[in-house]
Design a protein around this ligand. Structure first.
Ligand code: ADP
Ligand code: ADP
Length: 224
């Protein structure tokens, strides 16, 4: 599957232009969107997550017209927002089960299986009965990925996931992401160069709402 972003612009009601004619062609695998604070990354991520409409442009995921067929794309979309909402009193197991219900897993047995396999995948199975309020930043991000992976999304959007993580947690989180990129489009936004250079096969640099460069991280580093 391929994600095709064509001439997306976004001007907020207050007149700020966050995105200006952004076009990107994103294949399966890990794709990095690198840019400083205020570049427009979160705006683009929210648009791709169907939470916000652009002022103009089109987006296609394979055959799906994402802006006109939001229900269809939501079936196959996973999103880890920059600030993952906290439910401090819920346990990891119960909250993931709850999100699985929302995602359409209606049968208890199937749900239990998917919850178990996802918590194991993100290395939180041993912590399943702990409350999220006691989780470290890294544990919270890994839990957020488990939620985002419910239903095997073809498009996974991860917004600045390593910003608050210490080095050990960061490496652990990035390793987890790197296992996911095989059969889906994984789009990672970050202001940290190493997140992209260590992980992504393709990348774009965004600044002030404009794409400055599309490249392959290894090629870019070799050119230095
Ligand atoms: P980021 O760390 O991605 O730059 P921000 O701190 O800019 O995020 O934004 C956090 C939240 O505040 C977002 O929901 C964003 O939509 C909103 N926001 C950011 N800038 C403005 C603004 N100038 N006016 C209104 N809302 C804003
Ligand atoms: P990034 O994620 O790269 O930090 P954002 O997409 O959060 O960038 O922000 C891009 C620009 O749009 C910034 O100037 C920010 O202040 C502005 N912005 C973001 N959200 C809003 C909003 N809801 N209303 C107005 N301006 C916003």
């Amino acid at each position: 599957m391929e994600l095709k972003i064509n001439n997306i612009s976004k001007t907020y009601p207050n007149g700020v232009t966050a995105l200006s004619q952004v076009s990107l062609c994103i294949p399966n695998g890990m794709y990095g969107l690198l840019g400083p604070n205020g570049a427009g990354k979160s705006t683009l991520m929210r648009i791709l997550a169907t939470l916000q409409d652009p002022s103009e442009g089109t987006i296609h995921l394979g055959d799906i017209d994402m802006l006109n067929d939001k229900d269809e794309v939501r079936k196959t979309l996973g999103y880890l927002p920059q600030e993952f909402g906290l439910y401090p009193k819920a346990t990891a197991e119960n909250l993931l089960d709850y999100f699985a219900v929302l995602k359409g897993f209606s049968q208890k047995k199937a749900r239990r299986e998917v919850v178990e396999s996802l918590l194991k995948k993100v290395n939180l199975w041993d912590a399943r009965r702990q409350k999220l309020g006691g989780f470290s930043g890294g544990m919270r991000q890994r839990f957020g990925i488990a939620v985002a992976l419910l239903g095997n999304p073809k498009l996974l959007i991860v917004d600045e996931p390593t910003a608050g993580l210490d080095p050990t947690e960061r490496v652990r989180f990035l390793n987890l992401l790197s296992e996911l990129g095989e059969n889906s489009v994984v789009l990672l936004s970050t202001h940290i160069v190493e997140d992209v250079s260590e992980l992504c096969t393709n990348m774009a640099i965004i600044n002030k709402g404009e794409i400055l460069l599309e490249t392959q991280p290894l090629a870019a580093i070799n050119a230095l």
